[in-house]
Design a protein around this ligand. Structure first.
Ligand code: CP
Ligand code: NVA
Length: 302
């Protein structure tokens, strides 16, 4: 077994070149599906979910099957992890039996601790701080519809959350500018903002942030685990909805993205998310293709 596995706990585990390679490879895999290409035959992915998921679970599971391997869905409720077995022991034991581990956890540190003790690659399937797999899919989608995102402007309107943090990292890696409009109390964490230099600009209102944007993105106002804050967040975010007026302020050919699940009428109007500039379903489908490219990148030597 490889003594120093290649992890994907954050977008920053990739160089700019590797990020672009994975995007292009994902587009290739999507357009030329060859059922006989099974680079992960007999390999096993363990998937640990502390939180709910539709896209992440299905895309990883289907991707492993396409590549000739298989995936195990592990809920802490049914494993000893839920009864307090240490991360250290769990990572060592699970990684001795499988070829890759994907985790969706509340605390980001759970994923990095797993990576520290795992003998196989560890993939971040969403934490409280980051959602790097979603950014791979979003960027693949932008490249497919509009070409390279270098030099473009992306408007992030809404919560300065895990998705926003991963957008900040993508801005630096792929060389675009991120315009952020978030309520004062819901700004992205300084550790993410300070790491990207002049790839970010902050705006007091959503309309200003959308001006000249090539892509407008948002996410739910209350993420998983914040359900009890829903009412206070609805109040705080009421001026941070992506609607037709916001899209009209962006460039004429701007795209709209949302990682889903979405709340129509809150962070985005139905008119926008179901409108002609929205690419949400391609974005969701691309989770499958780009994670296959990621698994191939991490687990084989192409
Ligand atoms: N976008 C995303 O990660 O979706 P799921 O929560 O359904 O996995
Ligand atoms: N910010 C959301 C993303 C869901 C895919 C959450 O963490 O719940």
């Amino acid at each position: 077994m490889n003594m120093t596995p290649r992890h994907f706990t954050s977008l920053l585990d990739l160089s700019s070149e590797e990020f672009r390679h994975i995007i292009h490879r994902a587009i290739e895999l999507k357009n030329n599906r060859d059922p006989n290409y099974q680079p992960l035959k007999g390999r096993v992915l363990a998937m640990i979910f502390e939180k709910s998921s539709t896209r992440t679970r299905i895309s990883f599971e289907a991707g492993m099957v396409h590549f000739g391997g298989s995936a195990l869905f592990l809920s802490p409720r049914d494993t000893q992890l839920g009864r307090g077995e240490s991360m250290h022991d769990s990572a060592k034991v699970i990684s001795s039996m499988v070829d890759c581990i994907m985790l969706r956890t509340d605390k980001h540190e759970t994923v990095t601790t797993f990576a520290q003790y795992s003998s196989v690659p560890v993939i971040n399937g969403l934490t409280d701080k980051q959602h790097p797999c979603q950014l791979l899919a979003d960027m693949q989608t932008y490249f497919e519809f509009r070409g390279d995102i270098r030099g473009k402007i992306v408007a992030w309107i809404g919560d300065g959350n895990n998705m926003c943090h991963s957008y900040l990292q993508a801005a630096k890696l792929l060389d675009f500018t991120l315009h952020i409009a978030s309520p004062e109390k819901y700004q992205p964490l300084p550790e993410f903002v300070n790491a990207v230099g002049n790839h970010v600009k902050f705006f007091d209102n959503a309309l200003e942030a959308a001006k000249n944007a090539d892509l407008c993105v948002t996410d739910v106002w209350a993420s998983m685990g914040q359900e009890e804050e829903q009412k206070q967040r609805e109040f705080a975010f009421k001026d941070y909805q992506i609607n037709a007026e916001i899209m009209a302020a962006a460039n004429q050919n701007a795209l709209f993205m949302h990682c889903l699940p979405a709340h129509r009428g809150e962070e985005v109007t139905a008119e926008v998310i179901d409108g002609s500039q929205s690419v949400i379903y391609a974005e969701a489908e691309n989770r499958l293709h780009v994670q296959k490219a990621l698994l191939e990148f991490l687990l084989t030597n192409p």
